[in-house]
Design a binder for this molecule. Sequence first.
Ligand code: NAP
Length: 340
Amino acid sequence: MSTILVTGGSGFIAAHSILQLLGQGHAVRTTVRNLAREPEVRAMLKAGGAADPGPRLSFFAADLTADKGWAEAAEGCDYALHVASPFPAGLPKDENELIVPARDGALRVLRAARDAGVKRVVMTSSFAAIGYGHPVRKQPFDETDWTNLDGDDLSPYTKSKTIAERAAWDFIAREGGALELSVVNPVGVLGPVLGPDFSTSIQIVKGLIDGSVPAMPKLSFGLVDVRDVADLHIRAMTDPAAKGERFLAIAGDYVWMRDIAKLLKARLGKAAARVPTRQLPNWLVFIAAMRMPELKLVLPELGKEKHATGEKAIRLLGWQPRSWEQSAVDTAESLARLDA
Ligand code: NAP
């Protein structure tokens, strides 16, 4: 069994990754910005069905914006999953609030991993580093695509993920030594939430169920389940075929928000009473965005079809993602259990 560093243990994807690693008998060293969150993370793992891991799980304080703590956390680790990165729901005042921790944090983790003799780091990048800044096209996006940083209307988050992943590959090429890198690029991640502080992507389902999205913009998303994203990280960690590769994580192809709403209506009964059925014309979203700045983020994506494929992970790593429908229903049911 191995010892694995998982950065940002308080996060949605990280907590599910820790659950699976512990379930497979590994030891996990995880970082949080504030050690006061340790009981919360342990409670999330318990909610996810983990037995008490005892000394197989340990916590270290480390922030992506500072050097302190990373060397200690990486000590004695065989592998690392670098999952932590800022993923806020709204727009920051300055894009560097996201770009700097994403890029410099990834470099801190890679440096600490290399110096500790870690064999491979699996970094959580994003479809944000693949599919933005391009003209609309029919051809599916895959791992050979990179977001065009000179493209129009890139969000600070999109820039942060693209710049951080580019910096990670450059680091490995220039000064990585024996350290290997694999990257997972998920689309929107759904699936069972384990605690009340859930990821921004859960809003896709939560906003439809709680009525805060009264009518739908014509938006499409790729979706994938958090359990399958965690599983893909773990496959990419040890499979020789994953060395030096990126893996786009998507279940099937993109779906329209309207299809997600229809599914929730059909499957959730009364709990879906507030799920909207109306789709907003694009011009109305443009007008609404004049009053609601957060809507500006979606304007460039209105009506765009973004085909993408996870075929590489399926072919090379034997990955088998569950359907987006299952994932969306499980998300909604977990929110209901939390009464959120
Ligand atoms: P999440 O639940 O919000 O987790 C984000 C994690 O990053 C939290 O543990 C957070 O710690 C940590 N973090 C943020 N800023 C930090 C800093 N300055 N120093 C140390 N830790 C910091 O979101 P998630 O969905 O699990 O996202 C995890 C990763 O997946 C991110 O890299 C994100 O970009 C990527 N991703 C997510 C999706 C998605 O749809 N969810 C899709 C593609 C890629 P605190 O608890 O202390 O804030």
